[in-house]
Design a protein around this ligand. Structure first.
Ligand code: G3I
Length: 457
């Protein structure tokens, strides 16, 4: 965990449950000039923190650091953040070590009342807050062509893939780790067709609903994953050959049902997953065999019809390096954009291995290449398998930091998702130690490394 510097402009002394004094932020460039608070304040049930912040931009992120007060009973304190009366996030603090926290809007231009309250067991419900502020959110394409990011760094959210157990089970360590350290979730399997549509036209949303409800209850975002893929399909779909017309009808019903169900609640969908093989040729999925290449148009238009506000992604692995597969994704997205088919982003899955990392400059070039099409670029399934050298976890941390730096350098990159919460549940297997928390849910060096790279400055 990154330590708070012992000196600096934010070392203002502790104010007991008081109104924070707003001060002007050091000159933020462009259309955004948020005011920030660099001070320390103590929050208790009787004394919430409340501050007026302003932004001239359309969107912003409330960022703060916090630590729980020392408490003999080691009970957590829960901080709830409201912007203009609406809850935007909640976090559970367990320790008196400083933690970086981020809460997302909705925050538009103008003045905003940000209020932070603390709840918890008697005698333990106190925390200290630092650096409460609005951070400018940038638009896709802002910094294309520049080697380093311009202006202040953004606070870029970190999500994690999560399984239904998170919402339906009672594993406190799993829940605490997710709630305290991640900004949102992607259902790892629970929105795949094999689970959701077990027989034609019959839908089983229990697990997906549970994850969406859980995320929303706790102020976390959800990425929808995934609509058109060749894996985890129901048997009724894979067991027979389909005519083009029948398969298009199946696709419309499937996409309409799931995207429509979460209309307005899920802002981003992986619509097209792993369309191409390593040579850049279309994979012979049941979708492709029946419909052909315009399955991309049909799926994107169906998703757009079901939720016109949702951002629609194509998502794939092994596209970090130049080559036929990257070219195939690039060409498809360019073609879709030119023809006005709704496509908003490219997801680079980023399943990596410590011994075979993509060079930083190459990854940067790749993100910029996709961003040049005017779409968002996200790292959607990041994990880094380690080896068994003594310094493996430090080299892993360096790899995660590199991923964060590259995302930070490209304005179109506005989120990083890691593929699981802890090594205990990683699809890579616990022995490969690919994630940010170990099998006992202890934080690994990679967590702070990634967060630091994605933090606002
Ligand atoms: O649902 C059955 C359950 O009934 C059974 O008891 C259990 C026994 O092993 O298996 C369960 O199914 C497993 C499923 O995950 C749900 O947990 C499958 O065996 C297992 O193969 C499946 O793995 C998932 C994999 O996609 C399927 O290809 C991984 O959890 C999931 O992390 C992985 O995610 C994919 C992304 O969606 C797309 N990109 C690649 C990524 C990694 O493969």
């Amino acid at each position: 965990m990154r330590a708070l510097p012992s000196t600096g402009p934010w070392r203002g002394g502790v104010v007991a449950g008081a109104l924070l004094a707003a001060v002007a932020a050091p000159g933020a460039a462009g259309a955004v000039s948020p005011r920030a608070v660099h001070t320390l304040t103590r929050v208790t049930p009787a004394g919430p923190a409340s501050v007026l912040l302003s932004s001239t931009a359309d969107a912003a992120v409330v960022a703060t650091r916090a630590r729980a007060a020392r408490c003999a009973r080691r009970a957590p304190v829960v901080l709830t953040v409201r912007v203009d009366g609406a809850a935007v996030g909640q976090v559970r603090l367990h320790s008196s070590r400083w933690r970086a926290l981020r809460f997302h809007g909705p925050v538009g231009p103008g003045d905003h009342r940000v209020r932070v309250t603390a709840t918890g067991r008697r005698g333990c419900a106190a925390a200290t807050l630092d650096e409460l502020r609005l951070t400018p959110a940038t638009q896709p394409g802002d910094d294309e062509g520049h080697a380093t990011p311009r202006g202040p760094l953004r606070a870029i959210p970190v999500n994690a893939a999560a399984r239904a157990e998170l919402a339906l089970g009672s594993d406190q360590r799993l829940q605490d780790t997710f709630l305290s350290h991640f900004d949102g979730l992607t259902p790892e399997n629970e929105m795949k067709m094999g689970i959701v549509e077990p027989s034609p036209g019959t839908f089983a949303f229990r697990q997906a609903d549970a994850l969406v409800d859980y995320a929303q209850r706790h102020g976390k975002s959800v990425r929808g994953h995934t609509l058109i893929w060749q894996s985890q399909l129901p048997g009724w779909l894979t067991r027979r050959r389909w005519s083009r017309a029948d398969m298009l009808a199946v696709m419309h019903q499937w996409i309409g049902a799931i995207v429509g169900r979460y209309r307005g609640r899920i802002a981003d969908w992986d619509v097209l997953n792993e369309l191409f093989d390593a040579a850049g040729d279309w994979r012979p999925s049941p979708w492709y065999v029946a419909i052909g290449p315009d399955l991309a148009d049909a799926a994107l238009r169906a998703a757009h019809d079901a939720d016109p506000a949702a951002r629609l992604f194509i998502n794939d692995f092994d596209i970090e390096r130049p080559g036929p597969k990257q070219d195939a994704v690039f060409a498809l997205v360019r073609d879709l954009r030119l023809r006005g088919v709704p496509i908003d982003g490219v997801g680079i899955q980023a399943h990596w291995s410590i011994g075979d990392l993509v060079p930083e400059q190459m990854l940067l070039t790749t993100l910029r290449r996709f961003a040049s099409l005017g779409v968002r670029v996200e790292l959607t399934e990041l994990d880094v398998m380690t080896d068994h050298q003594p310094d493996a976890l430090l080299r892993q941390a360096a790899a995660y930091a590199m991923a964060g730096r590259v995302c930070q350098a490209v304005a179109a990159c506005d989120r990083v998702t890691v593929w699981g919460i802890s090594d205990r549940d990683s699809w890579r297997g616990a022995a490969n130690r690919a994630l940010l928390f170990d099998t006992d849910f202890l934080e690994k060096p990679a967590y702070a490394a990634l967060r630091d790279a994605l933090a606002a400055t």
